[in-house]
Ligand binder design. Structure first.
Ligand code: TYD
Length: 206
């Protein structure tokens, strides 16, 4: 595949969507074809599954069903949007991807990393990003940003307990330490333009 695949990962309120957009704009200015997308979602089928996963309707999926739904959404997204774009030579920028399943359904949900990777092998033929930017943020600051953004209306997963989100953060740190050739950690506490400069510096390696 000729294109490049970059993912943003991290906990809630770290500014992933803003940074994905700023990076997409910078790459477009440099003359590249850019596809900016998000998970869960990115295609009509995957957006429908997103509705099932995140609606606050009183129902809670168990971690296994949840992992399967995320993997199914990802399979559709990879097959219909991400792979064709990479084959054309586009840069694909995705707000969350496989590592979110490893952190949320794996580290925090209790499934093993092997099982999450096995689902990814079946669903998406194991497609991995070329580069994963892990935005890290002090949990208290993240909480304050979220209160402003969501005004108390967090989605089903975002609204889980502090202990769940602490496990998510630990899992991300572990993955980044284990695969330094793919992950770059980025401190996300600064102003958006400052964080964007760190993102652009991380791209140097590509
Ligand atoms: P979203 O509003 O898109 O993310 P954020 O809160 O970071 O802006 O919500 C997506 C939620 O789904 C978020 O709580 C993380 C969770 N998630 C998983 O649990 N597993 C996954 O594989 C993905 C992609 C997301």
């Amino acid at each position: 595949m000729k294109g490049r695949f970059i993912t943003f990962e991290g906990g809630e309120g770290a500014g992933k969507s803003t940074q994905a957009r700023l990076l997409a704009e910078a790459l477009q200015m440099a003359g590249h074809e850019v596809v900016i997308t998000r998970e869960p979602g990115g295609t009509a089928g995957a957006e429908a599954i997103r509705g099932l996963l995140l609606a606050c309707d009183g129902h809670d999926w168990g971690p296994r069903a949840e992992a399967l739904l995320f993997a199914a959404a990802r399979a559709d997204h990879v097959e219909r949007l991400i792979r064709p774009a990479l084959t054309r030579g586009a840069w694909v920028i995705c707000d969350r991807y496989l590592d979110s399943s490893r952190a949320y359904q794996g580290g925090a949900g209790g499934l093993s990393d092997e099982d999450i990777l096995a689902l990814h092998g079946i669903g998406s033929e194991g497609l991995l990003p070329d580069l994963t930017l892990l935005l890290t943020l002090d949990p208290d600051l993240a909480q304050r940003r979220l209160k402003l953004r969501d005004a108390g209306q967090a989605d089903r997963i975002g609204g889980r307990a502090v202990a769940y989100h602490a496990k998510v953060a630990q899992a991300f740190e572990r993955m980044a330490a284990e695969a330094p050739e793919r992950f770059v950690r980025i401190e996300a506490a600064g102003a958006p333009e400052k964080v964007h400069a760190l993102v652009m510096a991380a791209l140097e390696r590509m």
